[in-house]
Write a protein of this length. Structure first.
Length: 138
């Protein structure tokens, strides 16, 4: 199983697409730390390094974008993006465009990593187009 860093590297090189990267990231996240430790013995230099406490992982975190019909409530569009991919996109986007403020991107990434962004981010109802857009973190 490739590491998270290897998966993101393959995605940035274009050797895999976003869907495959999301699958691999989810599979890597589902593996328990015990399984990963047993499967990959530490390198000699890693065993000499002081131990640092691991961050608690919050599994299954997604950015969800749902567009639905106002009258019927029927779903028109559902897009679910792993937050790891959102963080990656923010980091890359901040480097290559002037439209994304690097400080803002850094603040959003920090909030995502701390888990302080949660729940509804944006909810808009457009009566003219008969649509409801709901963007939330779950």
């Amino acid at each position: 199983m490739p590491t998270r860093k290897e998966i993101l590297q393959m995605l940035s090189e274009g050797t895999i697409d976003v869907n495959r990267a999301a699958e691999l990231l989810n599979a890597a996240q589902e593996e328990s730390p015990e399984t990963q430790a047993a499967a990959t013995p530490p390198a000699p230099e890693e065993s000499l390094a002081p131990e640092t406490p691991a961050k608690p992982k919050r599994g299954g975190r997604w950015l969800r974008i749902h567009v639905s019909d106002l009258r019927t409530g029927r779903s028109r569009v559902r897009v679910n993006v792993p937050l790891g991919l959102v963080r990656f996109g923010l980091r890359i986007g901040a480097r290559f465009t002037d439209e994304l403020d690097e400080d803002l991107a850094r603040d959003v990434i920090a909030a995502l990593e701390e888990g302080t962004i949660d729940g509804t981010l944006v909810e808009v109802e457009n009566e003219e187009d008969n649509e409801r857009v709901h963007i939330f973190v779950d």
